[in-house]
Write a protein that binds this ligand. Sequence first.
Ligand code: ZNH
Length: 147
Amino acid sequence: MVKWTDEERKVINNIFSNLDYDDIGPKALRRCLVVYPWTQRHFSSFGDLSSPAAIMKNAKVAAHGVKVLHGLDRALKNMDNIKATYTELSILHSEKLHVDPDNFRVLADCLTITIAAKMGDSFTAATQAIFQKFLCVVVSALGRQYH
Ligand code: ZNH
């Protein structure tokens, strides 16, 4: 089981309590779709994704970005049991959505970049290391039900 120090818990809770989900969620998912265009294949029902500009103003992408970011609340509220927390979502992404689990990491990286841009100097290397650990645990949990 992953262990968290008080300092790690504090830093992670601090990031999330200052997080504007409606701003960061859409930005992170848009970045993922632009920078890693193969991820677009899962969103063919979302309408126009034909250019970065189209992705930027796509309302379905924005709404889904908020939903995905809120998906991390489960980890935050269950820090000591993240793996089990994501069993259902892992099965959904594997068996129903057929999302390649490598894509969890690329989205996580896009989220890190988006948060770094927002937090500026206060997103220190030490803060990034802790946030990275958190995302790694989530990504690993989401990939757990793949066979
Ligand atoms: Zn995902 C869905 C989360 C990643 C794709 N997602 C979803 C949801 C959630 C999530 C919460 C909802 C579910 C229900 O409804 O039940 N994701 C998530 C997270 C993550 C993710 C947390 C990481 C971190 N996803 C992802 C990726 C992709 C995806 C990477 C691709 C690429 N998802 C998806 C889809 C869906 C989802 C496609 C469905 C949508 C609709 O609406 O249809």
